[in-house]
Design a binder for this molecule. Structure first.
Ligand code: AMP
Ligand code: TRP
Length: 333
């Protein structure tokens, strides 16, 4: 039987952090066993923030090495760089004709970014969800493993796919759905600053590449509160976030242990943080070692990117050809 198709990508804007890992990459690694997976580096998307050519190049290399270090296997999954597959940009142009200003302007991430950077509200930012839809539907993906923050972008991808099918009366694109294991909720990994999600631009992230000393420092500095004063007191958001992180990296037993201490008002946040830091280090340090090793091997990285680009272009060009025929482009020569 044909395997279901999966697509997901991450922008090369620096190091991958725990949010990227637990929200996305860990699922990539699990999914490659049973699905036909396309995992890419969204370098075109990252241009909305105008990286220097040097930063762009090092960012792409870093994410590629990190994908491999996390266990994505280029023999099982297709790993590629978005700009190596020009068919994506072509489909993006075509999809843009049926993407409306109003719906693009209403997207939460557009509004957030326009507010944060009023001097750089570029058209790429506005049509970000269209390019993301092109990434996904060009391989006719059924599933997209992403974190909770990408829910709305994914909804837009479904909308554009459906609109195209409807407009031409042909079922060219399946509807891409978010993917989580065991039907669970999409993940949101919290940051260490007391509120919100972990993110690179939020400055509250722990990277996979982070050295143990820096992990300990960051975790020990994480925001908490003055401690519970009543039995079974509801946790503040900052403390809840530390427990959420603990749940992600540690065993149910140690979560239950600290939970019980909290409920009895006997918790010492310093102990919780020490434990959390060591659990994070246990998770990240083997990955970090592999990243260092892989970054040394330019030849291997080039080989992976080349193989990935070939496989991705093969799939993308098939869909693009079909799209062009459906639209009515005819060869006159
Ligand atoms: P980004 O770093 O924004 O390019 O995100 C790349 C991938 O990581 C996307 O699938 C995001 O949904 C996921 N991701 C980023 N931050 C988090 C977070 N704090 N929690 C869960 N998933 C996240
Ligand atoms: N928008 C995603 C992010 O910022 C990255 C991305 C681009 C993506 N294209 C995609 C994710 C296609 C999944 C599928 O995290």
């Amino acid at each position: 039987m044909n395997k279901q198709i999966v697509v997901s990508g991450i922008r090369p804007t620096g190091f991958l952090h725990l949010g990227n890992y637990f929200g996305a990459v860990r699922n990539f690694v699990r999914m490659q066993e049973d699905f036909n997976c396309y995992f890419f580096i969204a370098d075109i998307h990252s241009l909305t923030t105008h990286p220097t050519p040097r930063d762009l190049q090092s960012g792409v290399k870093q994410v590629l090495a990190e994908y491999l270090a996390c266990g994505i296997d280029p023999e099982k999954a297709t790993i590629f760089i978005q700009s190596d597959v020009p068919e994506v940009s072509e489909l993006y142009t075509l999809l843009n004709m049926n993407a409306y200003l109003g719906e693009l302007e209403r997207t939460t991430s557009f509004k957030d970014k326009a507010r944060q950077n009023p001097d750089n509200v570029n058209a790429g930012l506005l049509t970000y969800p269209v390019l993301m839809a092109a990434d996904i539907i060009i391989h006719k993906a059924k599933y997209v493993p992403v974190g909770k923050d990408q829910e709305q972008n994914l909804e837009m991808a479904r909308k554009f796919a459906k609109r195209f099918n409807h407009m031409y009366g042909k079922k060219v694109f399946p509807k891409p759905k978010p993917f989580t294991f065991d039907g669970g909720d999409m993940i949101k990994v919290p940051g260490l600053d007391g509120s919100g999600k972990m993110g690179k631009s939020e400055g509250n992230a722990i990277n996979l590449f982070e050295d143990p000393k820096s992990i300990r420092q960051k975790v020990m500095r994480a925001v908490t509160d003055s401690g519970p004063t009543e039995m079974n007191q509801k946790k503040s958001e900052a403390v809840e976030n530390l427990f959420t992180l603990l749940k992600i990296v540690s065993t149910p037993d140690s979560v239950a242990h600290f939970d019980a201490l909290y409920n009895k008002c006997e918790i010492r946040y310093g102990d919780l943080k020490k434990h959390l830091a060591e659990e994070i280090i246990a998770y990240t340090s083997p990955i970090r070692d592999r990243i260092i090793e892989i970054l040394e091997d330019d030849l291997y990285l080039a080989k992976v990117a080349k193989l990935g680009a070939e496989k991705a272009r093969e799939s993308a060009s098939k869909t693009l050809q079909e799209v062009k025929e459906v639209i009515g482009f005819r060869k006159l020569f």
